[in-house]
Write a protein that binds this ligand. Sequence first.
Ligand code: PGA
Ligand code: MG
Length: 232
Amino acid sequence: MQQDPQTQPLLVFDLDGTLADTAGDLVSTLNAILEREGLSGIAFDEARAMVGAGARALVQRGLAAHGVNASEARLDELFAEFLAHYEAHIADATVLYPGVAEALNRFEGAGWGFAVCTNKIEYPSVLLLTALGVAERFRAICGKDTFAVSKPDGEALLQTIARAGGDRRRAIMVGDSKTDIDTARNANIPVVAVDFGYTDKPVSTFKPDRIISHFDELWDAVEGLGEVFRVA
Ligand SMILES: O=C(O)COP(=O)(O)O
Ligand SMILES: [Mg+2]
């Protein structure tokens, strides 16, 4: 039987480093932009840790690694170039993390709904999830430019939950970074962290409610969060 969306529990996922391993395409794009600026590319592991605050911040961090401080206007131009390049290479190397589809199936079967709350811009987020064949599974896909505020502001998460027709008392955030954990805390929403994403410090440092190393651990982690989230 179809559950009332107001009472349907909701999993709200971060995108980069949580649902999808996007670092390859993000870092290739960053390096293409840096090379156009006459700068050398940044090593993958160093650049990967710069992901998390959105593409504009990624460009800014990439330039800063070379000691370059671009003006806001120049940064806007480079950000536009970044998006054009990235959108043309949205899923060259990007894949869903192992177990994502199976986890969505299991939770969906137990009556859960899904949403995405990312600091990626909304358009490339939808483009990517479409390319990966899962866009339709999310009741809302909200990015850095969707609302007036973005993560780590808790309102970004609460507005995502509202847009998905969810209830803040029946929602859980799943993310890979300090930004996601701070966002969930700011919104007073429980948070499960994945430990395979993009963060310069181990996620345990930021004390999420649960940590998982594979999506097949998500069910038990959510069950462990308490009666209100009991999944079956
Ligand atoms: O693209 C980024 O920098 C961050 O994106 P995320 O919020 O999905 O991790
Ligand atoms: Mg992330």
